[in-house]
Design a protein around this ligand. Structure first.
Ligand code: SF4
Ligand code: SF4
Length: 379
C-alpha cells in the first residue's frame, strides 16, 4: 500500500464525507494520518485500536475521488480496505453473505420492503428500508429515443464482445443485459455468452474481504481466458472501475495490459448513433456522473448526442460506494439527498451510467422525481 501523505490538503476539496461534515478529522488526509503508521511489521491492533477502525470504517464512501485529486495518487479507500483486511477483529461476513449467497433473494426482499408503508417505518430503519425498496424493478418504462447506427457508421466488428453485467443487472435489472445485447447486435457486433462471470469483487475489496475478492477475480479472469480474451463491455461505471483495478493490483505483465485493453464502456461501442425521439421524451433531463468514471466518462458525450438538453448536476457523490450502505446507512442516504439537491427543481428525470448510483438515487428520490440507468430510456 502506497504511503507518504504530504498533508497538502488537495483531497479535502473532493471528499464527499468531508463535505457532509465540514470537519477536518473526517477528511481523507486525517484518516490517512491515523492509518498510515499501520505497517506489516507492527500488529495492526496495537497501532490502531479496534474502536477507531470501526469509526473509520463508517466514514468513507469508497468513491475514489481522493486518489484522483492526490498528486501522489494515494487512495484512502484502499488504505482503509487494507486496515480492515489486516485487523484481527474485522469481521464483515454479513456483507459477503449478502453479496455471495443472498442474490437470488434480492427481488423478494425488495418486494417485502415495498409492502412496508412509509408512515409505519421506524425512523431508525428508514435509511435501510428505502434502498431495499429500490430493488423492486420499475414496470413499463417507456423509452425516450430509439437509437440506431448511422448508415455507414464505422463500427469495429472484427472481434467478439462479452458483456459484464454485474450483480445488480444479473439479479434485479435483467432488462439492462437484454437491452445491451440487442443494441450491440444492432450495431453489428458478435456477442458471446456472458453467464460465466460473477460479481466484479469491488465491494469485497472495500469490505477488506480479500479472500472473497480474489476468488471473484479468479473466476472472472478464467472465464475471460476460456473465451479467448474477448473485449469486455460494461454499462456500469463501478463495475468498469473495479475491473480496471485487476490490471493494477492483480494481473501482471502482458496479461494485465491485455485485460485493461479489453475493457470497453458500452456507450463507446455505440458509435455514430442516430436517435429518434419518442413521444415520451422529456424536454430536458439531468445526468448524474458516477464518481467511478473518473475523467473517462464516455456516457455523457453519448447521451448528449442522442438527447439534447442534457443537464449535469453538481457532480456530487451519491453515497452508494464501498460498504457505506451497510456500515453507515444514514450518512449514505444523506449523501444521496445532497446529490439530488445538486439538480435544479425543474429536473424531474435523472439518468446515470452506474447500477449502484441508479439504485441509490432511486432510494432517495422524492415523489415525482424518476431515476434511470440510461439503458432504461433508449429503445
Ligand atoms: S474514497 Fe471518497 S469518501 Fe473515501 S476518503 Fe476518499 S474521497 Fe473521501
Ligand atoms: S491529496 Fe494526497 S498528499 Fe495531499 S493531503 Fe490528500 S492524501 Fe495527502
Amino acid at each position: 500500500m502506497k504511503r507518504g501523505c504530504t498533508q497538502c490538503g488537495e483531497c479535502l476539496n473532493v471528499c464527499p464525507v468531508f463535505r457532509e461534515f465540514s470537519r477536518e478529522e473526517y477528511s481523507p488526509k486525517a484518516k490517512r494520518l491515523l492509518m498510515e503508521p499501520h505497517d506489516k511489521e507492527f500488529a495492526i491492533d496495537k497501532v490502531i485500536p479496534w474502536a477507531q477502525v470501526k469509526r473509520l470504517a463508517r466514514l468513507c464512501a469508497g468513491c475514489g475521488r481522493c486518489k484522483q485529486a492526490c498528486a501522489r495518487k494515494l487512495s484512502t479507500a484502499d488504505l482503509l480496505a487494507d486496515v480492515r483486511a489486516n485487523h484481527p477483529e474485522w469481521r464483515q461476513y454479513l456483507w459477503e453473505i449478502w453479496m455471495n449467497y443472498m442474490g437470488p433473494l434480492w427481488p423478494t426482499m425488495g418486494f417485502a420492503a415495498s409492502l412496508m408503508p412509509e408512515a409505519l417505518t421506524p425512523e431508525a430503519l428508514k435509511s435501510s428500508i428505502a434502498p431495499a425498496k429500490a430493488l423492486v424493478n420499475k414496470k413499463n418504462i417507456q423509452p425516450w429515443a430509439r437509437i440506431d447506427p448511422a448508415p455507414g457508421a464505422k463500427v469495429d466488428t472484427s472481434s467478439p464482445l462479452v458483456v459484464f453485467g454485474g450483480c445488480t443487472a444479473t439479479r434485479v435489472r435483467k432488462q439492462w443485459l437484454q437491452k445491451t445485447d440487442e443494441l450491440l447486435r444492432r450495431w453489428g457486433y458478435t456477442m458471446l455468452d456472458p453467464t460465466g462471470f460473477t460479481c466484479c469483487g469491488g465491494t469485497m475489496h472495500h469490505a477488506g474481504q480479500y479472500r472473497a475478492m480474489n476468488s471473484m477475480r479468479d473466476r472472472n479472469v478464467e472465464y475471460w481466458k476460456s473465451m479467448g480474451r474477448p473485449r469486455i463491455v460494461a454499462f456500469c461505471a463501478s463495475c468498469y472501475h473495479s475491473l480496471e483495478e485487476y490490471a493494477e493490483a492483480y494481473l501482471e505483465g502482458e496479461e494485465a495490459k491485455t485485460w485493461k485493453k479489453s475493457l470497453t464502456p458500452l456507450s463507446a461501442l455505440l458509435v455514430e448513433p442516430v436517435a429518434r425521439a419518442t413521444s415520451q421524451a422529456p424536454a430536458s433531463y439531468g445526468y448524474h456522473q458516477p464518481c467511478h468514471w473518473n475523467t473517462g466518462d464516455k456516457d455523457m458525450p453519448f447521451l448528449k448526442s442522442i438527447q439534447p438538453g442534457l443537464e449535469k448536476g453538481k457532480g456530487l457523490c451519491c453515497g452508494m460506494g464501498g460498504i457505506l450502505k451497510m456500515s453507515n446507512p444514514d450518512l449514505s442516504m444523506n449523501m444521496a439527498y445532497s446529490c439530488l439537491g445538486g439538480f435544479t427543481p425543474e429536473i424531474t428525470n435523472i439518468v446515470t451510467g452506474c447500477s449502484g448510483c441508479s439504485m441509490q438515487l432511486q432510494a432517495a428520490a422524492p415523489e415525482g422525481v424518476s431515476i434511470y440507468h440510461w439503458l432504461d430510456i433508449v429503445a
